[in-house]
Design a binder for this molecule. Structure first.
Ligand SMILES: C=C(O[C@H]1C=CC=C(C(=O)O)[C@@H]1O)C(=O)O
Length: 416
């Protein structure tokens, strides 16, 4: 991987070609074990493998540095796109650290991308200097992890409840309005994890979420930080959560109580406001619905608001993600106070959890979700993450239960 600090302008431009193909079936099943990249929503999306080029960036300028690198690369690339849908042509997958420090962020350009968008299916080849031949596609079987053992991460549940109680006190004292605090769980597998196993299971069970894998960070996020597509920008804001019980009638009653819960509506309002305020400078017009709807997922229900706007500047999707991050769905209100408090009391390094994850194309369009319901994998060790928005009325015990519900998707996907 090329490190930004040591990177030099690319000697040869990338040569990119997208061609239509027959329906390739499940995108995830095409992934080889190593170097897989994925962004899948229902049956649409893109998967990639192989290495054309990549960059790592870090610190407060990570977004701007990666964006500048990408613009230079995209401007010089020679692209023949016979498909012309979002996701065809030159694309990089990316995943960014939550904090300015510590943590590395990355943009990765694979040598092969296979995509589906509705009835369009395509393969893209990317190489340096000369045109590559499209590969033959074949399906692979992922290895099932055996005997996964779970243990507390940085804190036990009881310790984390004390941290939540501390945050509630600070909010009640007027130090801030909202903070999102996270915890981790560690899973050990006897052999290095084949990430395709949990990916496939996440995509099957959470088809309405965006199932992703970029450089060891995988998950299925329900939250779209920003999508930029042909002049339109959209964002799905989530905040305010209730666990599902599995009993449909009871869950409907819970959904109604979530929609009326002043604690959850307050938590949600902060998140919507932070997104709307960050997008406004880039849009000529915006639509921000006045009240949220309830998004039903298999494990939880969320208050959700879809914000939309017409973009009136040349900021790329990555630039927009940078402007929005961290929204109050993962940081808090006021942002700077909340981010400082997270660093002070959360007791763990978020890495790329809760940072933007997604893809960008050569025109700057793309999709960036928030890396929630996610885990980072390093050989046999997997760290799962979940966080909860804390406001003045939050109850530590209820927040711990909510965090456990948010850990379910990845925990179950790792299970045999
Ligand atoms: C921080 C997470 O969720 C955020 C997104 C939706 C609902 C949230 C909540 O109700 O607390 C969180 O703000 C997470 O899943 O790790």
């Amino acid at each position: 991987m090329t490190d930004l600090a040591g990177s030099t302008p690319h000697a040869s431009p990338l040569v990119v070609r997208s061609v239509p193909i027959d329906d390739p079936g499940s995108l995830l099943s095409l992934l080889p074990r190593d170097g897989s990249l994925a962004w899948v929503h229902h049956t649409d999306g893109i998967v990639g493998w192989g290495h054309a080029t990549a960059i790592t960036a870090s610190g407060a300028s990570r977004f701007a540095d990666a964006d500048a690198w990408w613009r230079d690369l995209a401007t010089r690339a020679v692209v023949r796109d016979e498909v012309r849908v979002p996701g065809s042509g030159l694309v990089a997958f990316g995943s960014f650290a939550f904090s300015d420090s510590p943590g590395d962020s990355t943009l990765v350009v694979p040598s092969v991308i296979v995509g589906r968008r509705g009835d369009a299916h395509w393969v893209t080849t990317i190489s340096s200097g000369s045109l590559a031949t499209p590969p033959g596609l074949r399906t692979h079987t992922a290895a099932r992890p055996a005997d996964v053992v779970f243990a507390d991460g940085a804190m036990s549940g009881a310790e984390w409840e004390l941290v939540i109680a501390d945050a509630v006190r600070r909010i009640q004292a007027g130090d801030l309005d909202k903070v999102v605090l996270a915890r981790d769980l560690v899973a050990e597998t006897p052999t290095p994890l084949d990430v395709r196993w949990p990916l496939q299971r996440l995509a099957d069970r959470y088809a309405a979420c965006w199932t992703f894998h970029v450089d060891g960070l995988f998950g299925a996020t329900p939250e779209m930080l920003v999508r930029r597509e042909r002049g339109l920008v959209t964002s799905r804001v989530l905040a305010g959560t209730i666990r599902r019980t599995g009993d449909d009638a009871h869950d409907l009653a819970l959904a109604a109580s979530l929609a009326r819960s002043s604690k959850d509506l307050e938590e949600h309002e902060y998140a919507v406001r932070s997104v709307a305020e960050s997008l406004a400078p880039h849009c000529s017009s915006m639509n921000v619905p006045e009240s949220p709807f309830v998004l039903h997922l298999p494990n939880v229900m969320h208050l959700a608001t879809d914000v939309a706007g017409v973009i009136d500047d040349s900021t790329s999707s990555l630039g927009l993600a940078a402007a929005l991050h961290p929204s109050a769905a993962v940081g808090g209100t006021p942002t700077a106070t909340a981010v400082d408090l997270i660093a002070q009391i959360e007791g763990m390094d978020r890495g790329r959890y809760a940072g933007p994850v997604g893809w960008i194309d050569g025109n700057g369009d793309g999709e960036w979700g928030i890396a929630l319901r996610s885990a980072s994998v390093d050989g046999e060790r997997v760290r799962l993450y979940a966080g909860c928005g804390i406001v003045a009325d939050s109850d530590p015990e209820a927040e711990l239960a909510e965090s456990q519900a948010k850990l379910i998707p990845v925990r179950d996907a790792l299970g045999g």
